[in-house]
Design a protein around this ligand. Structure first.
Ligand code: GNR
Ligand code: NI
Length: 167
């Protein structure tokens, strides 16, 4: 197993659109294991392959307090959505930054699991928020990019100053 390096906003590689996995195999399962280890080690509730510079449609999520309920989504597609919820989001690629994003409250997702078996999941609450947040990563979108241009530009200035101090 290996810990993977997480790309930090505004790294351009976070904007790459991921390709579907053509065949789920041992290489996919190794990626899933490394992503899960990286997510748990970083204390995140989800991780998209894009964030570790692998541009394939692979997501891991665990929103449980006990860290024992891992969801793996390969080639996920949202097939139904309803309602609306505003949830305060954070992102391992934008550490220390939080803000509300409006998303569907309830979704139905089709995906493949780590064995390549198709499944359907109905999700709401934080799980639904997290799935939508991760699927955005696969499309090259970071949650702060829902904010106004003004707010994003202030954020970039703040991050430049912060990173100058610590480097
Ligand atoms: O760890 C994470 N927490 C979180 C909180 C609210 C909404 C979404 C998330 S996902 C985030 C991990 C991450 O950056 N995944 O891409
Ligand atoms: Ni994120």
């Amino acid at each position: 197993m290996a810990l993977l390096k997480i790309l930090l906003y505004p790294d351009e590689r976070l904007h790459i659109v991921a390709d579907p996995v053509s065949k789920v195999n041992e290489e996919t399962r190794l990626l899933v294991r490394d992503m899960a280890e990286t997510m748990y080690s970083a204390r995140g509730i989800g991780l998209a392959a894009t964030q570790v510079d692998v541009h394939q449609r692979v997501i891991v999520i665990d929103v449980s307090d006990t860290h024992d309920t891992l969801y793996v989504f390969i080639n996920p597609e949202i097939v139904a959505r309803s309602g609306e919820s505003d949830y305060e989001e954070g992102c391992l690629s934008v550490p220390g930054v939080f803000g509300k994003v409006s998303r569907a409250h309830q979704i139905t997702v089709n995906a493949l699991d780590a064995d390549g078996q198709p499944f359907t999941l109905d999700a709401d609450g934080v799980l639904a928020v997290c799935i939508q947040h991760e699927m955005d990563h696969l499309l090259g979108k970071v949650f702060v990019e829902y904010w106004s241009q003004m707010k994003q530009s202030r954020l970039r200035t703040k991050l430049k100053k912060q990173r100058r101090k610590v480097m």
